[in-house]
Design a protein around this ligand. Sequence first.
Ligand SMILES: NC(=O)c1ccc[n+]([C@@H]2O[C@H](COP(=O)([O-])OP(=O)(O)OC[C@H]3O[C@@H](n4cnc5c(N)ncnc54)[C@H](O)[C@@H]3O)[C@@H](O)[C@H]2O)c1
Length: 348
Amino acid sequence: MVKWGIIGCGGIARRRMVPALAECKDSKVVAVMDVDKRAADEVAGQIGARAFYTEAGLLADPEIEAVYIATPVFLHHRQVLQAAAAGKHIMVEKPISISVTEAEAMINACRQAGIYFTEGYMMKYHALNVKAREMVQAGEIGPVVFARAQLGCWYPDMPGAWRQDPKLGGGGALIDMATHCYDLLQYIIGSKIKEVFAFTDTLTFKYPVDDSSTTMLKFENGAQAVVDAFFNVPDSAGQGKLELYGNKGSIQAEGTIGQASTGRMAAYLSDDAQAYDPQQSKDSLDVDKREVAYSPVNMYAAEMDYLSQCIEKRQAPTMSTGEEGLFILKVANAAYESGKTGCKIEVR
Ligand SMILES: NC(=O)c1ccc[n+]([C@@H]2O[C@H](COP(=O)([O-])OP(=O)(O)OC[C@H]3O[C@@H](n4cnc5c(N)ncnc54)[C@H](O)[C@@H]3O)[C@@H](O)[C@H]2O)c1
């Protein structure tokens, strides 16, 4: 059982990670920290952990082997460097940082300190998304030619909100939500994003970050994709759609892009030797719709346990690595550049 500390007892920690702890098999939170004393005390009381109000205090606790950093994005860099210097393994929430230079420094600091470093794009652990990856990798829908991933919510103007300040959050809907989709599509398709073209706008609200973003992606293996991430659609209107199309069929899902462990996924599969149908009448094709069965997995518990298992086995993480988080940040930067210039951008 790996002993953890939590830095940042705000929205995601309270709403998702703290309830998920009950389902962790290899992780136990023994201390929490927040500059907001009430937040730290409340969460500490809830889970029977020690409360700290400074990073130095929590990081000096010798029982803690790993920390989960769930603070506003502009703090990730400083806090990861502090945790690495204290020799703690780290899982940092997404996005990794607001700048590539900072993210590179974070990765180097962890490497030099000999600690493991993972990022918080947790949708890779959703049981149906794992099934989609398995089906794609087994060739069930043939080579993927097109995918669509959607994440939206209602996020109105809130004075003082860090996500609405580009210096504190690094951007708006694109960096906050589209990056989940970039990461998930790379994982399922099994190929890296090579080129992006994006529209970014603030269509509804007054804040200086994007509330609207559409990204077109091209993967190294040739697959094309569209990611739509909007802060200005009602929560109930965006169903978190995931669609994957290949030469032999498609996988279509709802609700597997989001914070819940539930959702629906169906595969539409055709015969290998599908004949050309000049009528293009869908009912004459040998289409077999198959609901994908699954047992829900708590993604937040799974991502924490994944790092705990790596620590216990002394095996460096191969999933959700800091390097992967850095690459996703580069994709986001390329998309923002494309949004500004109107040009297609290669991700480097
Ligand atoms: N993976 C997901 O599903 C998901 C969902 C939401 C947010 N997030 C990510 O989690 C992180 C936090 O987002 P949030 O929505 O919980 O934000 P939030 O504003 O709700 O909470 C942030 C917390 O950090 C605390 N804080 C501020 N300065 C601090 C400091 N120096 N040390 C310790 N704590 C400090 C605040 O008091 C607050 O309690 C962000 O990186 C965000 O992108 C991930």
